[in-house]
Design a protein around this ligand. Structure first.
Ligand code: 5GP
Ligand code: MN
Length: 347
């Protein structure tokens, strides 16, 4: 094991370190999404070809819509196998931390890493990375961790390992983190996406596997949210959708069923801020989205113990649904000047 913070100052040193077979653990954040799982598996399939011993860790389960991803079944889920996950973490020569900027996104595993002298390589694109890694590969202008990983592989001269399987994993993360090429775009990203297509990625198939697999109940739940549980606050150009514990029981809502519901609010003309506030058994969670310069990250951080990006953030409160909604509305009033104007409808 490398003494932490003494070696591996740059990608060149990481590349040299990877010349010898190592024991490597790749860890992603709680509630992993397509970018977390895609980047982890992309890296896994690269390192596998190089002969490293590999383990994949996630604090909680990945969404079933990613079940088809190559080697996704290799993930050790901390929530399900705590001892095995901790052992995999402790045994590693090197830990890759993918798609998160703070150790609290991996719960107990983060608490362990915080006090260990493990060598950690962070690959990420979130704002304000905390200095937990030995080597921090963080690009906040990138659409996704998959984009950052692709650039790192290029810089390390490892593109010969980027085959169709790796390309498919990376393209998946790009698709999910850009909303299928709707935002966080750049000419660099299109260059990379083009190269991934040249490696054999099947765009149509992936879009279908990722975005057109909703269970019927999901669409019915969406209908209920839009018809019964949506509130528009025109003076703040804000939309709110709420779900109570009772709703969760009535619709037998499971993890992933509420994914994307918040985005529908932004389809309403003029709406600048969208909030999906849902009551879980112990906490009430907020999913926030915004358009333009309005930062939901600030609201999530300042008032709801959370964080995220400028236009997509989340947080939680220990109060019930009603009290949390009330608090959210009072927070809106703090921002009333910024929220006074609608999103411009002209170029
Ligand atoms: P979502 O609304 O989809 O759950 O989360 C949107 C984004 O907000 C995520 O990509 C993540 O970056 C951030 N986020 C959500 N929940 C939390 C949280 O509890 N803490 C922090 N720091 N970020 C969060
Ligand atoms: Mn990401």
């Amino acid at each position: 094991m490398l003494p932490a913070n003494e070696k591996m100052k740059n990608l060149k040193e990481l590349r040299q370190y990877l010349d010898i077979p190592r024991d490597i653990t790749i860890v992603v954040h709680r509630n992993p999404d397509g970018d977390a799982i895609g980047s982890a598996l992309g890296l896994y399939h690269v390192l596998n070809q190089m002969g490293h011993t590999l383990r994949l860790l996630a604090p909680s389960e990945y969404p079933p819509v990613l079940n088809w991803m190559p080697a996704v079944e290799e993930f050790i889920i901390y929530d399900l196998k705590q001892q095995e996950a901790m052992d995999a973490l402790k045994r590693a020569d090197l830990v890759f931390a993918l798609d998160f900027n703070a150790l609290d996104r991996i719960d107990k595993m983060g608490e362990y890493l915080n006090t260990s002298d493990q060598t950690i390589v962070m690959i990420d694109h979130h704002l304000d990375p905390e200095p937990y890694a030995t080597l921090q590969i963080s690009d906040q202008t990138a659409s996704s961790t998959c984009e950052v990983l692709y650039l790192a592989l290029e810089q390390m001269g490892m593109m010969s390992y980027v085959n169709k399987t790796v390309a498919t994993c990376l393209y998946t993360g790009i698709l999910t983190d850009t909303g299928a090429f709707a935002f966080s775009l750049s000419s660099r990203l299109f260059r990379i996406a083009g190269e991934l297509l040249d490696l054999g990625v099947d765009n149509n198939l992936l879009q279908d596997l990722l975005f057109n697999q909703l269970p019927e109940k999901h669409l019915r739940l969406l209908g209920y949210c839009l018809y019964e549980r949506m509130e528009i606050l025109p003076e703040y150009h804000t939309g709110i959708i709420t779900l109570s514990k009772k709703d969760y029981e009535r619709f037998k809502i499971q993890r992933g069923d509420t994914e994307g519901i918040v985005n529908y609010l932004l389809k309403i003309k003029g709406i600048k801020l969208a909030a999906f506030i849902h009551e879980q058994p112990t906490i009430t969670k907020l999913s926030l989205r915004s358009k333009g310069d309005f930062s939901v990250k600030e609201i999530a951080q300042k008032y709801f113990k959370g964080g995220g990006h400028k236009n997509a953030a989340g947080g939680h409160s220990y109060k019930g649904l009603e009290a949390t909604v009330k608090k959210f509305k009072s927070v809106l009033d703090e921002y009333k000047d910024q929220l006074a104007d609608p999103v411009p409808a002209e170029i």
